[in-house]
Design a protein around this ligand. Structure first.
Ligand code: MRU
Length: 353
């Protein structure tokens, strides 16, 4: 048995403000950014100071409260109209992770259903944001433990490949895919994590590797194009990734490159799991083809640090996510248990805000 938990919490409510670990500065600098208004929270989400689907949801919930507390009226209708404008600012930040929209919807629901003074409404919104954060932390622990039910039982200690960062930094804490890794580590069932570096933003090399080091979990970083070779050499027993949005049929949007990993895992008969909370499932979308895919600035491709790596004049395409078809996914690990993608519908009414 190993030490079970993480001390990494990317989002903290402190007195009257939100503290975020600046994920654009890790692993070399540990910088905490203070967020006091909705506009700054929107900017932090856009620029990926805070990132990862569940963490974006928690951040957006606090963003809603920060916006709400600045609304200066005693008139309920006026307050609700202005709160909708706050929601609109936050909705414009990143399009793919559905947790953002889920959390905003839940905050709006609180506002509409709370009776009483505007001051009471504002404090209910803060309480809801804090509840979303706490629930996500508990959810991640449950996901981690459910993952143990489906990980291969042989060999006794597994090598798990993961992609991007679906860890404590990407959630309220503990992580989804890395939650499964942490639970396996706690139970003595993990030999090593293989973290794909995850071009272009390098969340695997920078963030997953950093988190594993914090918890003393053995980690090997590889470049993305080494994954097939590692599988072919028998180095990998299972792949576990996170998700940004799962359609009703189980098709899963996650960081660009996840789809290739799933194809290669299938070719090598290696189980490929998606670990995600029910808040990541979008039952309004029947299939993954309708999931909006964020495109980011081409500088993420042509620039590494300060260095330009491409000749001037070439064109770029920089989708931040891809969609892995459900038939490549061995199981979806949720806080309510593990399902095969075509059984997902059983969670439909538990997943709504
Ligand atoms: O662009 P990012 O870094 O926000 O993308 C994050 C991912 O793709 C994660 O795998 C996903 O959000 C799951 S996080 C638990």
């Amino acid at each position: 048995m190993n030490s079970p938990t993480t001390q990494v919490y990317p989002i903290v409510w402190h007195e009257d403000r939100v503290l975020l670990i600046d994920q654009t500065r890790l692993p070399h600098k540990y910088v905490v950014v203070e967020i006091k208004c909705c506009e700054d929270m929107a900017e932090a989400i856009k620029t990926m100071i805070v990132r990862g689907a569940p963490a974006i949801g928690v951040a957006a919930a606090y963003g809603m409260y920060l916006g709400a507390r600045e609304i200066n009226t005693d008139e309920r209708e006026m307050f609700l109209n202005q709160l909708e404008e706050v929601a609109q600012v936050l909705r414009q930040t990143r399009p793919t992770a559905v947790n953002l929209f889920w959390a905003i919807a839940r905050m709006l629901k609180t506002a509409h259903e709370t009776i009483g003074s505007i001051e009471h409404l504002k404090s209910s919104l803060l309480a809801t944001a804090q509840a979303i954060q706490l629930e996500d932390l508990q959810t991640c622990h449950a996901i981690g433990d459910h993952g143990l039910e489906v990980l291969p039982t042989k060999p006794e200690q597994l090598c798990i490949m993961t992609y991007c960062n679906a860890g404590a930094l990407a959630t309220a804490g503990y992580g989804t895919a890395l939650g499964v890794v942490r639970s396996a580590w706690r139970e003595g069932r993990l030999a090593r994590v293989y973290a794909c570096e995850t071009r272009p933003r390098l969340q695997g090399a920078k963030l997953t590797a950093w988190e594993c080091l914090q918890d003393r979990i053995p980690v090997t970083v590889i470049t993305d194009n080494m994954a097939a070779h590692c599988m072919n050499r028998g180095l990998i027993d299972a792949v576990v990734v996170g998700a940004d949005r799962i359609a009703g049929n189980g098709d899963t949007a996650n960081k660009i490159g996840t789809y290739s990993l799933a194809l290669v895992a299938k070719a090598h008969n290696i189980p490929f799991f998606v670990a995600a909370p029910l808040s990541t499932i979008d039952f309004d979308l029947p299939t993954g083809s309708q999931i909006p895919i964020e495109e980011r600035h081409p500088s993420e491709i042509y620039q590494v640090g300060e260095t330009m790596i491409c000749p001037p004049g070439v064109e770029f395409y920089n989708p931040a996510f891809d969609v892995t078809p459900a038939n490549l996914i061995s199981g979806i690990i949720t806080e309510r248990g593990v399902v095969v993608p075509d059984q997902l519908q059983q969670f439909q009414f538990q997943a709504s805000a």
